[in-house]
Design a protein around this ligand. Structure first.
Ligand code: ADP
Ligand code: MG
Length: 538
């Protein structure tokens, strides 16, 4: 009977729809495909990827989130995996590859449960139970550190850098990162927005340095100004040192030639007064967020000021934090009290560009990490590594809880979960076990990427954990099992909890979908079908 019925179309003709098991399968396959692309980059021996965008720009990176962001992924479920990496990046700043491959593995194992006819809702339930237990276990095995435990913090910073382009200088960079964090930490809360990362190619990575102050890519307003001021007294102005507003194009019509001179004289006088007011405050360096008139620049240079104009707002804020200056928006408010201090302010040329260095500040609340590297690609990869390092150290300072890496903590949780699973019955137990097995992907991939046999190593690793060696992990150099803690492979707890959370979230979200309805895109020549070929049902 139904065969004779007319098909009923409830969607416009050009909509694509896949539902039921094939929707789920399609989504899972896409998500796994994305996870697989970053898999080979995990760990210190992971490979890099070279990405070329549509305008031919190339980046070479080992950073999970950077790779996924550049890939311009189309498939909706695959995009959700990119979201996992992004969340991880925002929350911790590192661990993106880990989060993504765990998500991929959760889905891969869910797929085989689905093939055994286990309903998605049961898998979801099991995964949720396992997630909670995993978090509990992580918390339990994590170790508490002190805020000023510089040695451990440096190890954490190094772990983040290992295997990246910056590896040769990892101790030095990590030390700088730890120091930078300690500058911007108040009441145990690091504010990494106050760490400026300034990069310039043309020198080796080892010459990257921590500046106890702020570096800005600007130059002196006038060539007659001194290049260097010691014991700087810094005025920070959020007002134009100009009479005519250059942002508004006004026209003044003067018909009498004598009036022109008068007009200019008045203008000059007003500028001179402004300069005098600044001088009276006792300042010898000026950072101005707005413009400085040419005549005023000249007056200032005569008075031996070092002035910089049109400084970015974000740089103004950092300068104020580093030097203790108050930003004033009215010259009447400028006084000795509003000045900031730095033992050295100077203009320096790096490569072919001038930078202003505000250095040697006393107890600065904002600092700069100046990143060097031979080429632009190197500098950018070093920047990503340093950002990971800063993120990890900040996270460890904040939560004070850390764990051993190199696959140690994943296997420990996996072991706990396996035991825990046996307290459940039937299909739920299978789902919890699948979750536990999924975590093994981390040490397995670390072994694979280092060129060792993952099966043997995993078996050895598991037996070490059975003997209660909770920090037993993989030594990527010789393919042996070692104590990751003693090796200094230490990571903040948050990397792992966040990875477990976001990987579970996305797996669950994808498992819940049994229908994908997509409007067709405005036709673009060569544009692919977002749901993949052949699988539309309507
Ligand atoms: P992610 O984007 O997840 O941070 P990484 O490429 O930075 O990916 O690799 C992180 C993994 O590498 C973690 O599991 C970490 O424990 C491990 N790892 C880092 N340094 C070492 C090391 N020296 N030996 C073994 N494993 C390491
Ligand atoms: Mg990392």
């Amino acid at each position: 009977m139904t065969n004779n019925m007319q098909p009923i179309f409830i969607l416009p003709e050009d909509y694509q729809r896949i539902s039921g098991k094939s929707a789920l399968k399609n989504n899972i396959s896409a998500a796994i495909a994305v996870a697989d692309t970053v898999r080979t980059t995990l760990g210190p021996k992971g490979m890099d990827k070279m990405l070329v965008d549509s305008s031919g720009n190339t980046i070479i990176t080992n950073d999970g989130v950077a790779i996924l962001e550049e890939m311009e992924i189309e498939h909706p479920a695959a995009k959700m995996i990119v979201e996992v990496a992004r969340t991880q990046e925002e929350e911790v700043g590192d661990g993106t590859t880990t989060a993504v491959i765990i998500a991929g593995e959760l889905l891969k194992n869910a797929q085989s449960l689905l093939e055994q006819n286990i309903h998605p809702s049961i898998i979801i339930k099991g995964y949720r139970i396992a997630q909670a237990k995993a978090l509990e276990t992580l918390k339990m095995i994590s170790v508490e550190i002190k805020e000023k435990d510089t040695e451990t913090l440096e190890k954490i910073g190094e772990t983040a850098i290992t295997g990246k382009g910056a590896e040769i200088a990892k101790e030095h960079l990590s030390r700088s990162a730890v120091k930078a964090i300690s500058r911007v930490t108040e009441n145990g809360e690091p504010d990494i927005d106050n760490i400026k990362i300034c990069k310039k190619h043309g020198d080796s990575v080892e010459n990257s340095e921590l500046i106890e102050g702020v570096v800005i890519d600007k130059e002196r307003a006038h060539s007659g100004m001194p290049k260097k001021v010691e014991n700087a007294r810094i005025a920070m102005l959020d007002l134009p040192v100009e009479i005519r507003d250059t942002e508004i194009d006004a026209k003044i019509q003067i018909t009498d030639p004598e009036k022109i001179q008068q007009f200019l004289d008045v203008e000059e006088k007003m500028l001179r007064e402004m300069v005098n007011k600044i001088e009276k405050s006792g300042a010898n360096v000026i950072f101005c967020q707005k413009g400085i008139d040419e005549i005023a620049q000249f007056f200032l240079s005569q008075k031996r000021f070092l002035a910089v104009r049109r400084v970015k707002k974000s740089d103004m804020e950092k300068l104020s934090k580093a030097t203790g200056a108050t930003i004033v928006n009215n010259l009447e408010e400028l006084s000795q009290k509003s000045l900031g201090h730095a033992r050295l302010v100077q203009e320096k040329k790096i490569g072919n560009e001038n930078f202003i260095f505000v250095e040697k500040c006393n107890n600065p609340k904002a600092v700069t990490i100046l990143i060097r590297g031979a080429t632009e690609h190197v500098v950018e990869e070093v920047e990503r590594a340093v950002k990971d390092s800063v993120g990890d150290i900040a996270s460890a300072v904040k939560s004070r809880r850390v764990v051993g890496g190199a696959g140690a903590c994943e296997i420990e949780i996996s072991k706990e979960l396996m035991g825990f699973a046996s307290t459940f019955k039937g299909k739920e137990q299978l789902a919890i076990e699948s979750f536990a097995k999924s975590l093994e992907v981390v040490p397995k991939t670390l072994a694979e990427n280092s060129g060792f046999d993952p099966i043997d190593l995993l078996a050895e690793l598991k037996s070490a954990h059975e003997k209660s060696e909770i920090w037993a992990g993989i030594s990527v150099l010789d393919g042996k099992i070692t104590d990751s803690w003693k090796q200094g492979v230490i990571e903040p707890l948050k990397i792992k909890t966040q990875a477990v959370n976001s990987a579970t979230e996305v797996a669950v979200m994808i498992l819940r979908v049994d229908d994908v309805i997509a409007a067709s895109k405005k036709k673009q020549p060569g544009a692919g079908n977002p749901l993949g070929e052949e699988q539309q049902e309507q």
